[in-house]
Design a protein around this ligand. Sequence first.
Ligand code: ATP
Ligand code: MG
Length: 404
Amino acid sequence: MIASNDIQTIKNKFGIIGNAPQLLHAIQIAVQVANTDLSVLVTGESGAGKENFPKIIHQYSTRKHNKYMVVNCGAIPEGTIDSELFGHEKGSFTGALTDRKGYFEVADGGTIFLDEVGELPLSTQARLLRVLEVGEFIKVGSSQVLKTNVRVIAATNRNLPQAIKEGKFREDLYYRLNTIHIKVPPLRERVNDIVPLFTKFTTEYAEKNRRPVISLTADAQKLLRKCYWRGNIRELKNVAERLSAIETENIIDATTLSLYLPDQAESTLPQLVSKQDEGKTFSSEREILYTVLFDMKKDMDELKKTVKLLMEQQKGNISNVSSSVISNETALLPMAHAHSNEPTEDFIEVQEYDEEPTLSVEEMEKKLIKETLEKHNGKRNIAAKDLGISERTLYRKIKTYGLE
Ligand SMILES: Nc1ncnc2c1ncn2[C@@H]1O[C@H](COP(=O)(O)OP(=O)(O)OP(=O)(O)O)[C@@H](O)[C@H]1O
Ligand SMILES: [Mg+2]
């Protein structure tokens, strides 16, 4: 057990704000296991602060004078990741003009942080398992077994048990990485940390840009604490910095603050998941968004069908509408119009809607990706984060949809 003033020292050293018991517990575990060689898996939502933990572990271990390497598994193309991690021999593939050392060779004696480990291709997962189990690896194009002594810390915001079920992640590797599990709590589960974090970011901004520090009214603080914070601390930081940069008043009330907060519809998304969806597991909130969108689209299609039938019925073309095509909810609205004095106006609007091209799932996804890329001026890493997918998945989709 580490004394609480030692935890405070660590928090100061790594710029960690917050007093939530789950956060303090996570720091406690990191320090406790630092001096072992056990693999550690850090999980938590995007922007929750996972990257602090491998740093703490390395710094508090006997490896601290050796290399600490961060590998973003989601950003390395599938074709080169084995060579990046384990090296290759000259001539092992087109473009391999010289021998190359991989990270596991370079970081011998140190620590490797495998960020976004859930994005590793299955073939690389097999190689990684071998290094973790026996400390051995083979360079791409070689047959010589090499030894290394590397401490591995991995992180992911993906639901790995779900990825295992889908056949995308090896179960044996999961257990091997998960020897020690550090769970970083999402911001919404540590609401008392929200205002102190916000203050840290606005103060830092003010100091850096020589501006007066802004402060929040009680109502604004309440609003900040109520937000869903899908992007966690990263999103909070973004709001704090935008507000500091744009607002000229030093005291910010709830109305002004609300202009900078994420879209509440998006923030409350998980609550949109209905009872019938409860059995489903979603690997990301983006997936929930898609599900909700598709359900809405299905409802819309049904509504359009109903309206069409009713219009035809009104014109006298159909004498008997089958009740099976009219669901209870969708029947209510057009029926009311059918008996009103102005029967056609609203129907005309719906008819116009009917002529709009209906987007397929792929087209919707393409549109979403295109817009997100535009929003971030083509910056793929930021767009990928915003979309809740890995950079590699984004690269693949950009290629597939010809968005280059
Ligand atoms: N406790 C904290 N106090 C202050 N700042 C923090 C804290 N935790 C994280 N941050 C800051 O929040 C931002 C996001 O943290 P980080 O990059 O560790 O998120 P992450 O969990 O790795 O997210 P992702 O899964 O998207 O990679 C960083 O700018 C980091 O410095
Ligand atoms: Mg990260």
